[in-house]
Design a protein around this ligand. Sequence first.
Ligand code: NAP
Length: 256
Amino acid sequence: MRFVNTVAVVTGGGSGIGRATAIRLAQEGATVVLVGRTAAKLEETVQDITRLGAPGTADRFAADVTDREQVRALAAYVQNQYGDLHVLVNNAGISTHTKWLELTEQEWDDVQRVNIKSVFLVSQTLAPLMIEGAKRERSNRAIVNVASLSGHQAGAHIPHYSAAKAGVINLTKSLALELAPYGIRVNSVSPGFVETPLTERGLQNERFVKAIERNTALGRVGAPEEIANVIAFLASSEASYMTGSDVLVDGGWLIK
Ligand code: NAP
């Protein structure tokens, strides 16, 4: 029960790692506001949390995290409904798999917007809420950004994604320096291959799965809950002396 009296925003909370994170936080007492573009997916996560009888509560706010006005509306909603914000998980992300010579400018821009610009927009717009809260009461406050193994090890056919995620790892460090004076910690998590809607198509290819199993020390693809556990740790006061760090959760891909 690490998140009692904690208001948390999880972007991309309607599926995959974001959904697992929202459930984890609510299971430990948090009031979680799920953010994503598709209201029905957010609603499914809310239903999951209710069905599990989690002690926390779940709320949803449909918004595109790349749109400043919609992010401002999110901040106003959190302020009006809850009056504070303790935890922000910047998890929304997209990717495509395209050869360098075929990569369009639109694809490049879309991937940069969702994976890194959103971290700038959401963190900058919601940080004042966290800072005001920190001035009122000394309590655990943290931002966790979801980067990627691809931010450490660039991959062919995902240069736009690899570049964005490497940027997220470094942006995390700058933000950690700027927000430390307010007692707000900022860290990132870099997942390896995890079974979610994002990887669904790739994981239908048996040869791809076998290659992951062969090249991962633990010999398997990860589950969203295994990333959510680390996000929850970084968001909690157990990580009180951690800021500006990136935690690789890749089943031992990079060491192999
Ligand atoms: P996912 O299930 O596709 O989740 C991504 C979520 O982001 C979706 O719920 C999507 O909902 C939301 N989203 C996308 N664009 C958005 C926008 N413009 N505004 C608001 N929400 C938006 O995939 P996932 O694997 O859980 O991905 C979560 C994070 O983990 C991403 O940052 C991804 O890059 C990272 N990651 C995943 C893996 C992996 O193997 N799965 C590995 C490394 C890193 P809507 O479409 O409804 O908006």
